[in-house]
Design a protein around this ligand. Structure first.
Ligand code: 0GY
Length: 330
C-alpha cells in the first residue's frame, strides 16, 4: 500500500462520517446528529425467506412531511425509498415502520410509506386522545396495527396514563397492540400501568437494560418476570448498537459486534421464542457514539438466535403472526 493510503474499510468509514445527508424543508439538523450509514455491507448471515424488519422508521423528507413542532430532535431525512432500498439490500421482505417522535402524532410520513409498500409494510402510529374513529379506521386501512406509548423522557413530553389507557381501550377493539418504549430503571413505576393494558404489549429494545449490570441481576430479572408472568408481553431484541457499552462496533467488517448485549438478548430469545421480534432501528435516531453498518447489524442476529428454528420464529413467524395474520396459513 502506498504511503498515506488507508485500508479500504477504514477509508469507507471515514467517508461515511464526513458525508452529511440533508434535512430538507425549513429545518436545521440537530447539532452532532449522526447520519445513517451509506453503503452497508451485504450480510454474511442469510436471512430466512420472508424475514421482517420489525422496527424501523422514516424521517420526512422534511420538505414533504414536516417534522413536528414539539419534536426533541431534528434528524437528516430518511425516505421510504431509502428504507425500501435497505430492505432489499439486506434481504428482508417486509418492514414494520414505527412512528418516530420527530413527527409527533402526525403519522403522514409513516402512512405514506406503508401505502407505497404494496402491502409489504405495516405501521405503528402515535395518536392522541382526540383521534376520531374515522381517523383510526383510515390508519388501519393504510396498514397500521399498533400504537406506541413512549416513556423515554428525552424523546417526548409527559402524557397522562388515563389518556393512554383510554387510547389502548379504543385500539384494542381494532385488534391492534401497544408498543411501549421505556428505560429499565422506570419499569417498577410503570409496572401497574403496563400490566393493566388490555392488548398484546410489545416492548422496544428489551426495555433498555443497562448491560453493564449482570444479566442475572435484579434489573434484568424484573424484565424477565414481566414477560414470564404476562404472556401478552412481547419484546424486540433490537438495538444492540444503542445498548452496548463495551462491545465492538458493527463497523469495518466486525462479525462479533456488541458482545456485551448478547447474553441479554439471547436469554430473551431462548426463554420466549414465540414472543420476540427483531428490527434494524434504521435510520438509528439519536446515536451519539457511532452509526452502525446495517449489514453487520444483521450479522449480529445468529449470536442471539443461534438455531435455524429460533431465527425462523424471530424473523418470520412471530412478526407475521402479529402484523400479517391474514397471510399466515393454517
Ligand atoms: C428508537 C429509539 C429512539 C428514538 C425513537 O421515535 C423515536 O424518536 O424511537 C431513541 O432515541 O432511543 O427506537 O428508534
Amino acid at each position: 500500500m502506498s504511503p498515506g493510503a488507508v485500508p479500504a474499510a477504514q477509508s469507507r468509514a471515514n467517508c461515511d462520517t464526513s458525508m452529511t445527508k440533508p434535512t430538507t424543508g425549513d429545518f436545521t439538523k440537530t447539532p452532532g446528529w449522526l447520519d445513517w450509514f451509506t453503503g452497508p455491507s451485504t450480510p454474511t448471515f442469510k436471512l430466512p425467506p420472508g424475514s421482517v424488519d420489525a422496527h424501523c422508521h422514516v424521517f420526512g423528507p422534511g420538505a414533504e412531511f414536516p417534522y413536528a413542532p414539539e419534536r426533541k430532535y431534528t434528524p437528516c431525512d430518511a425516505s421510504k425509498q431509502q428504507l425500501f432500498a435497505l430492505r432489499d439490500h439486506l434481504g428482508f421482505a417486509r418492514n414494520v415502520i414505527v412512528q418516530a417522535t420527530c413527527h409527533g402524532a402526525d403519522n403522514r410520513a409513516m402512512v405514506d410509506a406503508c401505502l407505497a409498500s404494496g402491502g409489504m409494510a405495516r405501521g405503528v402510529a402515535t395518536v392522541k386522545r382526540l383521534v376520531t374513529d374515522d381517523e383510526l379506521q383510515a390508519l388501519h386501512a393504510a396498514g397500521v396495527r399498533g400504537v406506541r406509548f413512549n416513556f423515554v423522557k428525552r424523546l417526548v413530553d409527559f402524557t397522562p396514563k388515563d389518556e393512554l389507557m383510554e387510547i389502548a381501550g379504543r385500539i384494542a377493539r381494532l385488534g391492534w397492540h401497544v408498543v411501549i418504549y421505556f428505560e429499565a430503571v422506570d419499569l417498577p413505576e410503570l409496572w401497574d400501568f403496563f400490566t393493566a393494558l388490555p392488548t398484546t404489549v410489545v416492548v422496544d429494545h428489551m426495555g433498555r437494560p443497562d448491560v453493564s449490570l449482570p444479566v442475572d441481576g435484579p434489573q434484568f430479572a424484573l424484565f424477565e418476570r414481566f414477560m414470564r408472568e404476562h404472556t401478552n408481553v412481547w419484546s424486540k431484541v433490537s438495538c444492540p448498537e444503542r445498548l452496548s457499552v463495551t462491545g465492538p462496533k458493527a463497523l469495518d467488517g466486525q462479525q462479533h459486534a456488541y458482545t456485551d448485549v448478547i447474553p441479554f438478548a439471547r436469554r430473551i430469545v431462548e426463554q420466549f421464542p414465540d414472543r420476540v421480534l427483531w428490527g434494524t432501528d434504521w435510520p438509528h435516531p439519536n446515536l451519539k457514539d457511532h452509526m452502525p453498518d446495517d449489514g453487520l447489524l444483521v450479522d449480529f442476529i445468529p449470536h442471539i438466535a443461534p438455531t435455524a428454528e429460533l431465527q425462523q420464529k424471530l424473523l418470520v413467524d412471530n412478526p407475521m403472526r402479529l402484523y400479517w395474520p391474514e397471510d399466515v396459513k393454517g
